[in-house]
Design a protein around this ligand. Structure first.
Ligand SMILES: Nc1nc2c(ncn2[C@@H]2O[C@H](COP(=O)(O)OP(=O)(O)O)[C@@H](O)[C@H]2O)c(=O)[nH]1
Ligand SMILES: [Mg+2]
Length: 448
């Protein structure tokens, strides 16, 4: 997710080889400045960061460790803006969130993602309110999202946004909702009449949070527009959407400072799980190549049922991993969002994530074939892969519409995977895994 930025820092750090070497420090800061600018970090932010890092390193004594220390401190400082971090619940529920921003910035999608995050990871009762009633399509879009993630939607195409909000809040209070997220109408550009309407909605909603959704692809434009929203309505947090489309990611470093409100979430994909909390401390770790173990643990723990995970681990250890377990695992993986974003959180795996690209578990052909194959098996066959004789394989091939050879290949892969899993679940499993990954990376086996 922060590949380009992480590379920038790595390159700069690499320039400092010896202690007390002023020329090396100059080289490092020049490299840092150049690559940050190239990554689209705002020039003022770059200047401040580079100057501070240089001065602080000199003060502490030139050397790699002190350079790293100074960089760490400065990154933390520029990312930490006064205000809430991550998602903060109001002392008295429901926590009311108003989503604002330009049309097409990703408000509606982010509304759904945020609801999904709160429901799945924080186990909260969430309501979404359709405050964008200008377009029928907008309500329909929210309808689809809410059905998909199973969250209550309050909407009424014949009422004014302020009326809907009033009704929704009364209901939220009565039915003990934890969070109410209000999606609002888009504006193509700053428009006085719509701003007034938004101000009215704000008055009625009395929100705990005003999240400004900025499209990362529009870069500095998003930041400039934020200022107007801030002056006219107010902003308590920024959500950066479409971060997956912004190859450089530099905007994430400057936006909190520039808008004067903390960056709270990053959206990196069109699917509901593609939203991550932006916690400065953790992000700095990732930027400096140390991974985000806390973030990963949080994300995994919320979707993986602990008991189920234990059960599966036991089965793997005994070599009893079945097709049913495989399907269950696939479902859990899907909830975790893209593989790529997960890999990026593991220390040292950032490079691999970059090479891997996006593995789409929903739409990959291979996954579709495997599912077709498994659904053509009898329950007994699913539970006991060793039952699969040649005649059974022929029947399954016919049933799933796959070639016999293809069926054989998938089954063989499955067997190998189950064996590997068994091996890795043993005592030195993690070590073996690491050495294997190392080999792959060294060979460049994942490139292309
Ligand atoms: N790739 C990608 N697309 C996104 C993301 N967030 C939103 N979109 C897409 O951007 C378009 C506009 O989003 P929408 O939520 O309707 O914007 P709104 O007008 O502000 O409500 C839609 O096609 C979304 O699927 C994201 O994080 N990544
Ligand atoms: Mg919308």
């Amino acid at each position: 997710m922060f590949d380009t930025l992480t590379d920038s820092f790595k390159n700069a750090i690499g320039k400092i080889r010896f202690s007390d070497d002023g020329t090396a420090l100059k080289k490092a800061t020049t490299e840092l400045r150049k690559s940050l600018l190239k990554a689209d970090v705002h020039h003022k932010v770059v200047k401040e960061l580079v100057t501070t890092v240089e001065n602080e390193t000199r003060k502490m004594g030139i050397g790699k460790d002190n350079f790293l220390r100074a960089l760490h401190a400065e990154l933390t400082r520029i990312l930490t803006i006064q205000g809430n971090q991550g998602f903060v619940f109001a002392s008295k529920p429901p926590t009311v969130v108003l989503m604002i921003g330009l049309q097409g910035s990703g408000k509606t999608t982010t509304t759904g993602k945020l609801a999904y995050f709160l429901k799945e990871q924080k186990k909260k009762k969430v309501m979404i309110v359709a405050g964008d009633l200008q377009r029928l399509a907008a309500v329909e879009q929210l309808n689809q999202i809410c059905t998909q993630i199973d969250v209550t939607l309050v909407s009424d195409e014949n009422a004014k946004p302020t009326e809907i909000v009033k009704v929704a809040l009364e209901r939220a209070e009565k039915e003990l909702y934890d969070v109410v997220i209000i999606d609002t109408a888009g504006r193509l550009a700053i428009d006085d009449k719509l701003m007034e309407e938004l101000a009215e909605v704000k008055k009625v909603a009395n929100p705990d949070e005003l999240f400004y959704v900025a499209d990362a692809m529009t870069g500095q434009d998003a930041v400039r527009t934020a200022q107007t929203f801030k002056d006219k309505i107010g902003i308590t947090g920024v959500v950066l959407s479409k971060f997956d489309g912004d190859g450089k990611g530099g905007i994430s470093l400057g936006i909190s400072q520039q808008v004067g409100a903390p960056l709270r979430f990053i959206g990196a994909g069109e699917k509901m799980p593609d939203l991550e909390q932006f916690i400065p401390e953790r992000v700095v770790g990732r930027l400096m190549g140390a991974g985000d173990i806390e973030g990963l643990a949080e994300k995994t723990a919320s979707v993986i049922d602990e008991k189920e995970a234990k059960r599966i681990t036991q089965k793997i250890k005994k070599g009893q991993f079945s097709f049913n377990d495989f399907l269950a695992q696939m479902e859990q993986m899907k909830k975790l969002g893209s593989m790529k974003s997960l890999l990026g959180m593991i220390p040292g795996m950032g490079n691999m994530a970059k090479q891997l690209g996006d593995m789409d578990l929903d739409n990959s052909d291979e996954v579709k074939y495997i599912k077709a194959l498994i659904s053509s098996m009898t329950p007994k066959e699913r539970a006991e892969p060793s039952l699969l004789t040649n005649s059974r394989k022929r029947r399954i091939a016919a049933g799933s519409g796959l070639e016999q050879q293809h069926v054989n290949r998938i089954l063989k892969q499955f067997k190998t995977a189950a064996k590997m899993a068994k091996k890795f679940s043993g005592k030195n499993g993690m070590k073996q895994m690491e050495s294997m990954m190392g080999q792959i990376e060294n060979r460049g086996g994942l490139k292309g």
